[in-house]
Structures are given as C-alpha cells and as structure tokens.
Ligand binder design. Structure first.
Ligand code: SF4
Ligand code: MG
Length: 330
C-alpha cells in the first residue's frame, strides 16, 4: 500500500536559481493486494515509472508512506534496505541495456543468488540457475552464453530469471514488454502471469497500453499527470470506464473482433507538462466533458463502485451521456 505518495524533482536552474519543481508523482495512494497482478497505466510522463521506483525504494519519496507487508518502508536504510531489495525485484523496460553485456547468462542469474542466498554452494547455485532458466523458457546450456547472443524476448526472459533469483515477494515490471516485438509481447506477458502463480508473488506491471495488461492484471490504476484518475478491477474498467481519460485510452485500442472499428473519444490538445499542471482537474484542458468547475476545483479520487474509484466531478452524468456520444463500451 502507498499513501499520499509524492515525488517532486527540482530541475536544474542557474547557480543561485532553482529550476521548476516537477511534481512527477503528486499525492498517489494505491493498495496492492498480496498475490495479485496490479497494473499502473498511463502515457509517458504521467509518473508511472517514478511511482514504480518509489514503491521499490529506488527513489526516496518527498512525502508519504509506503507500507510493505505491514511496515513503513518509506524511510528505511542500510541493512533493512538491503533485505528489502531481496523481497522486491524490478524487471526493466529495456532488456538491451539492463543486462551487463560482459556477464554470461549464468553469472547474470547467479549473482543475485550469491548475494541473497549465500548458503548455497557453487554447485547448488549452478543447479538453481539451470532451474530458473528452464522456468523462463530457456535452456540450462544458455548459462554459458552472453546477452548479445539472444533476441529481445529472450533477453527479457533472462532479466526475469535474474529477478526471480532472490525469491522475491514482489516483482515490479516497468513496461516489461514495450521494447519487444508485438509478436513476442504476449509470450512474455503470459510468462510473467504464470510465474506469479508458481512463485506465489505479487506482480505490479507498469504499462502505457491497456491492451497489454487486459488479460493478465486483476486490478488497474490509471494515471494522468502524476495522479491516479481511476482505479478498479480490470474487468470493470474495461466494461465500464468512468473517467473520460480511461475512456479515451480504451477507445484507442483497436478491436479486431469488430473489424478494428470503434468510436474514438478524441481528446483536445497535447498533454501539459508535469512541471506546470493545469489548475483544478488536471485533465480539464483535454477533457471533452469539461465544465466550468473543472478548471477551478480538483476532484478527489472517490468510491464509484464496490471496488472502483474515480477522480471526476461529473462521472455520473458522463456515464449517462456516453451512448449518445457514440462511445461503445470496450
Ligand atoms: Fe473532465 Fe471535469 Fe471530470 Fe476532469 S472533472 S475529467 S475535466 S469532467
Ligand atoms: Mg517510463
């Protein structure tokens, strides 16, 4: 769980002059349940990667609490932080730059085993590497090869084996498939999904594309300019999106079953800079449903269903108007 999480970055100015403050994550509260797959979705610059790094304590929050298995980890340091590193692992976006090219696959996967499970002998470690490589769909003999000998999808499998090596309770994937060919994305997504069950861990997936997480995540939080605008069970978000931004994201997904045709919810203009977010509802400069109060009053994230939350003043009326606006539920 994370409560009131904020991360502000000061951009460089001149010597005596501080640059603008970017509120990359600005008051985010989410609750990830043990054993589930939780997706955080939004376009680039919405703060989702920053949020992932905060949850992992790869970044220190400016403000807020992060509770992991019953304790606040927002301020822990030293040994406790090293222990936490074992329980939480990261799968990076780019399998081409996140693996050290000079390390063999055996060393890449063996290194975290050596760090976090020093009780294992060298032979046991080698066995464990072989087991993990098999789990991710590679072969034990791949241990002697180097990352450049593999395709993108295979490299991401190596990254996943490396993440699993410390037996983590939580794995966070930052757009783990977006750098891969579309044809292998589903394979890697399915792999993560299967491994979650087998290794009894919790999975947090960061994505800019709702289609990617549709079949693998239990719940979703949609972010816009550093804030969560809607959250709820994945099925419900797809069937009944309440926030106009979620509707726009969903309407951008082509549906082959319907000949790829679907009413698009077009947004106005471009995404504003997170250094200077709009007043009131941050989405009001782009929202086709915006009214006067939207520019002045920021909507809180409020319950909109048994497990759903939405941050919009007018979500109920918008829901009623949706059929008239030609928007088909996804
Ligand atoms: Fe649109 Fe207003 Fe709702 Fe924001 S609060 S999403 S501007 S209708
Ligand atoms: Mg990112």
């Amino acid at each position: 769980a994370a409560r009131g999480l904020k991360k502000h970055f000061q951009l460089g100015g001149g010597l005596m002059r501080a640059g603008p403050v970017v509120r990359a994550v600005d008051g985010v509260s989410i609750e990830v349940k043990r054993g589930e797959t939780f997706a955080i979705v939004g376009e680039s610059g919405c703060g989702k990667s920053t949020l992932a790094r905060l949850l992992m304590r790869l970044l220190e929050p400016t403000e807020g609490e992060i509770e992991f298995e019953g304790r606040d980890i927002a301020a822990i340091r030293g040994r406790d932080l090293r222990e936490l590193r074992r329980d939480m692992q990261f799968v990076f976006q780019d399998p081409f730059s996140s693996l050290n090219p000079r390390m063999s696959v055996g060393k890449l996967v063996g290194e975290p085993i050596e760090t976090h499970r020093p009780e294992l002998s060298r032979a046991q470690r080698r066995q464990e590497v072989a087991r993990l490589l098999r789990k991710v769909g590679l072969r034990p003999e791949h241990a002697d090869r180097y990352p450049h000998e593999f395709s993108g999808g295979q490299r991401q499998r190596i990254g996943i084996a490396r993440a699993l090596a410390s037996n983590p309770r939580l794995v966070i994937g930052d757009e783990p498939v977006s750098a891969l060919d579309v044809s292998v994305q589903a394979q890697v997504v399915n792999l993560l999904h299967d491994l979650r069950e087998e290794f009894d861990m919790t999975l947090v997936i960061i994505a800019h594309d709702l289609a990617v997480i549709r079949h693998m995540s239990d719940r979703v939080a949609v972010m816009y300019l550093g804030q969560v605008v809607e959250s709820g069970p994945t099925d419900e978000i797809f069937a009944n999106p309440r926030h106009p931004y979620t509707m726009a994201l969903l309407s951008a997904i082509p549906e082959p079953a319907h000949g790829g045709q679907k009413a698009r919810l077009a947004l106005n203009g471009e995404t504003p800079s997170p250094a200077n977010p709009p007043s009131g509802c941050r989405f009001h400069t782009r929202c086709p449903f915006a009214r006067e109060d939207c520019a002045t009053t920021a909507p809180d994230l409020r319950a909109a269903g048994p497990e759903s939350h939405v941050a919009c003043h007018h979500w109920q009326e918008i829901g009623d108007r949706r059929p008239a606006a030609g928007l088909t539920p996804a």
